[in-house]
Write a protein that binds this ligand. Structure first.
Ligand code: KG4
Ligand code: ZN
Length: 365
């Protein structure tokens, strides 16, 4: 195996088309050489969520140009890469087909190995690219499609400790925004409105708080928001702000309880770890300042390091897919055959029980 490894990564599982070139140096350090992302936000915003058919068509239109751009920015050609990595699940099947077929064509034409990457593995390993984190650590993925607490033991060694049993957290933000008449994507709009709101005005539920299991549930919270809004309709701007602030407070308290239990369990299981344990966050919801503050304070309380990679690498991107491929190569894990098929559902932890909110990425409307 070459001592310096260079890989092209492709990501098309949802509403971002992305390509990147990433290098792994001899000492194990990762370097993002180029990283291009084209968001389809505008195409989907009128529908209040991602429309799978529109997403797939947009990926088809963009992917060739993005791969070209990633290579150009890295000042290399296909013959200079050691492998190609593409997301092959979980996600919207149309988009996955576009990315994986593109990667297969490149692998065949350029004669390079192909790595079919689980999107969640990309998120799970990002902190090793950005912060050189060593195993094991805990990862909280909070996006529009996922809410999962994952123990990362090593490359390919993941245990799902908790997941949502209904809506993903980003989805709860988006649905809350929609019913309050705020724009899509809802997370930033709810956060912005909440700044002017009274978080104590509405007593909203804190689902699963106090339970020993580490799962999450957000659909009851969304229903409670709808009831509160219906009762006081028509809503003034202040009412909307108060509901948003109360919603965010309920979410933060819920996360504090659930994740706090996760940190305690990690401490118990890895009592003789010789470095401070770490919690890593990923996913678009990690942009939320109140949630960040809550998690940061919780980590300080439990003696954990809190690691939040730059937002660009917390949300969907191809650098994380490339890096997951590099980690696999460095471990001498075999590449995938060109027969590999995309999988819309593909839990990271194959032993984990299937739940509605796990390993799923669908229309967020
Ligand atoms: O990881 P991400 O960019 O992509 C997918 O899930 O595909 O996450 C997007 C989600 C959306 O549901 C969005 O509303 C949420 O992240 N989000 C936020 C914030 N920014 C984005 N949620 C809460 N607060 C934010 N500031
Ligand atoms: Zn993602």
């Amino acid at each position: 195996m070459a001592s310096i490894l260079r890989i092209l990564g492709i990501e098309t599982s949802c509403d971002e088309t992305a390509a990147a070139v990433v290098v792994r140096h001899e000492d194990g350090r990762g370097e993002i050489v180029s990283d291009v992302v084209l968001s389809q936000l505008e195409e989907h915003s009128a529908f209040g969520g991602v429309v799978p058919e529109i997403a797939a068509r947009a990926h088809v239109e963009a992917i060739d140009g993005l791969v070209e751009e990633a290579l150009q920015r890295a000042e290399i050609s296909l013959s200079d890469i050691d492998a190609v990595a593409a997301t092959s699940g979980p996600g919207l099947i149309g988009g996955l087909i576009v990315g994986l077929m593109t990667a297969k064509a490149i692998a065949r034409v350029a004669g390079k190995p192909l790595f079919a990457i689980n999107h969640l593995e990309g998120h799970a390993l990002t902190a090793r690219l950005t912060d050189g984190l060593s195993f094991p650590y805990l990862m909280l993925l909070v996006s529009g499609g996922h809410t999962q607490l994952i123990l990362v033991r090593g490359v390919g060694l993941y245990e799902r400790w908790g997941t949502t049993i209904d809506d993903a957290l980003g989805e709860a933000f988006d649905k809350t925004a929609k019913l309050l008449g705020l724009p899509y994507p809802g997370g930033p709009a709810v956060e912005h409105a909440a700044l002017q709101g009274n978080a104590d005005r509405f007593k909203l539920p804190r689902p699963l708080v106090g339970e020993a299991r580490l799962d999450f549930s957000f659909s009851g919270l969304k229903t409670a928001v709808r009831q509160a809004a219906t009762q006081i309709a028509p809503l003034s701007e202040q009412d909307v702000a108060d509901i948003c602030a109360s919603f965010q407070k309920a979410v933060s308290r819920t996360l504090k309880d659930r994740i706090g239990r996760g940190l305690a369990r990690f401490r118990e299981e890895f009592a003789d770890l010789d470095v401070d344990p770490a919690l890593v966050v990923a996913g678009g919801v990690a942009a939320n300042q109140e949630i960040r503050r809550t998690l940061q304070a919780l980590c300080i309380e439990h003696g954990f390091r809190f690691i939040a990679p730059p937002l660009r690498l917390c949300t969907d991107n191809a650098a994380m897919i490339a890096w997951a491929g590099l980690e696999r190569m460095a471990e001498d894990l075999p590449p995938d055959s060109l027969e590999v098929q995309p999988r819309s559902r593909w839990p990271l932890d194959s032993n984990a029980q299937t739940m509605l909110g796990s390993g799923k990425r669908g229309a967020k409307a």
